[in-house]
Design a protein. Structure first.
Length: 151
């Protein structure tokens, strides 16, 4: 009998009690919940990133048109934003860059063309949206860009 008690004490000393396991699991769960609440909203982040990338592409198109003295067109196809330069010798548009815009829908009323004077072919409105919001990017004939958020 003395031997059985010693074996039970050895087994108990080598493992965790139920109370220790419950406390450990509750600490781990608390850390997981705190960490998940600090994580940024991915859909909202995708929307803001896409708006910033489109704004950057439009600014780059205007800069390239002025700097290189060639017309530069910005096109939107599904989730892509393309910059194309006009090759006057071959009389067609050459795609210079293409960006994938993840998690958003883009609608544009036209494809703005920036000219070497910094002006744009005509007014353009670009809507960028997903389930977390809607942004409107407008381009004035003078080449000025404006971002506005709609509710």
């Amino acid at each position: 009998m003395n031997r059985t008690i010693k074996n039970q004490l050895k087994l108990r000393a080598s493992g965790y009690s139920l109370l220790e396991a419950v406390i450990s699991m509750s600490i781990v769960l608390a850390i997981v919940f705190i960490g998940s609440s600090l994580r940024p909203d991915a859909r909202k982040h995708q929307l803001q990133t896409a708006v910033n990338q489109i704004y950057s592409s439009l600014s780059l198109a205007r800069f390239r048109a002025i700097r290189q003295q060639v017309p530069v067109k910005v096109s939107f196809h599904e989730n892509f934003c393309e910059l194309s330069e006009f090759d006057s010798q071959k009389s067609f548009w050459v795609i210079r860059s293409r960006r994938f815009l993840e998690g958003v829908e883009i609608t544009a009323n036209n494809e703005p063309i920036f000219y070497p004077q910094g002006t744009v072919s005509n007014l353009a409105s670009i809507k960028v949206s997903n389930d977390r919001g809607l942004y409107l990017i407008t381009i004035a004939i003078t080449g000025r860009l404006k971002i506005s958020q709609s509710d």
